[in-house]
Write a protein that binds this ligand. Structure first.
Ligand code: AMP
Ligand code: ZN
Ligand code: FE
Ligand code: FE
Length: 269
């Protein structure tokens, strides 16, 4: 089994990169990509453990971007692990996120929910899930869901969009790092006009198999991949304890598509 969508604690997952490798082995996963939001640190931490346990690990990332006001996620795979471009872009984005987080904390404080920047746990990419956790710790809400539904969700009272790359820029960044750019979870994009616009961009693949979606839903995206001549990738979007209903390898990537990514990756090493 190959799972090309998993988050570590370098973004909003709960397992550290080495624990992810161990879990992969225990779950029968033989190929993996750690796709943290806007952060590529997990790969080099996990790589020695992957080698030791016989897991084929390729580089991965999930870039937060925007297309006509809608949030869209762009997956990047098999890029050069020593890419200065990606590292530099992720560092810049980390700074933008700090500015955005502070703005959201100000909006919460105005509602008498005081959370300090130092209350936000986490390493790497820190965002709304970390704010939600801090709100729970302070007793302002009971669950992450509640924090998003009332305050942090898109267009809710304490939401701030912040600086983000355009989808085109996200693709260009991945290509500059010699990686393959893949549309993440089209299953969750509601607006057909956004889907149409995405399909016209220079992607190399689309995430056909995703999370807990059924074969019928995935079929639609497989058809798209075939029409476009794109890679058909797949993965669970595993986040660990914060999303307990999604287990590693709940969705998997076809071996043939992984072979293409692997060959590309080894050429970049
Ligand atoms: P951010 O990148 O800071 O905007 O946070 C986005 C992340 O928050 C997503 O990747 C999800 O993991 C999480 N998230 C988004 N919406 C919700 C929601 N309604 N409930 C729980 N988690 C969410
Ligand atoms: Zn996430
Ligand atoms: Fe995503
Ligand atoms: Fe994800």
């Amino acid at each position: 089994m190959i799972d090309l969508h998993a988050h570590s604690n370098y973004s909003d997952g709960t397992a550290d990169p080495v624990e992810l490798i161990q879990l992969a082995q225990a779950s029968g996963v033989t190929g993996l990509a750690i796709t943290d939001h806007d952060n590529i640190a997990a790969y080099s931490i996990a790589a020695p453990a992957a080698k030791q346990l016989g897991i084929e690990l390729i580089t991965g990332v999930e870039l937060s971007s925007v297309l006509q006001g809608h949030s869209v996620h762009v997956l990047g795979y098999a890029f050069c692990p020593h890419s200065d471009v990606l590292e530099e872009k992720c560092r810049w984005y980390q700074e933008q996120r700090r500015v955005r987080n502070c703005k959201m904390l100000e909006l919460l404080a105005a509602k008498k929910m005081v959370v300090e920047e130092s209350d936000l746990g986490g390493i790497g990419t820190i965002g709304r899930p970390h704010i939600a956790m801090a709100m729970i710790a302070k007793g302002y809400v009971k669950t992450i869901q509640e924090a998003f539904a009332k305050y942090l969700g898109e267009h809710k009272s304490c939401y701030v969009a912040g600086e983000r790359w355009s989808a085109e820029e996200a693709i260009a960044i991945i290509h500059a790092a010699k990686g393959k750019a893949v549309i993440a979870h089209p299953h969750v994009i509601r607006k057909q006009s956004i889907i149409r616009k995405l399909l016209a961009l220079p992607f190399d693949g689309i995430e056909v198999y995703y999370g807990n979606f059924d074969a019928h839903t995935n079929q639609r995206w497989l058809q798209v991949a075939q029409e476009k001549g794109w890679l058909a990738t797949g993965g669970s979007d595993f986040h660990g304890d914060v999303k307990p209903d999604v287990r590693l390898a709940s969705a998997t990537c076809p071996v043939t598509d992984f072979e293409v990514l692997k060959a590309h990756f080894y050429a970049n090493l």
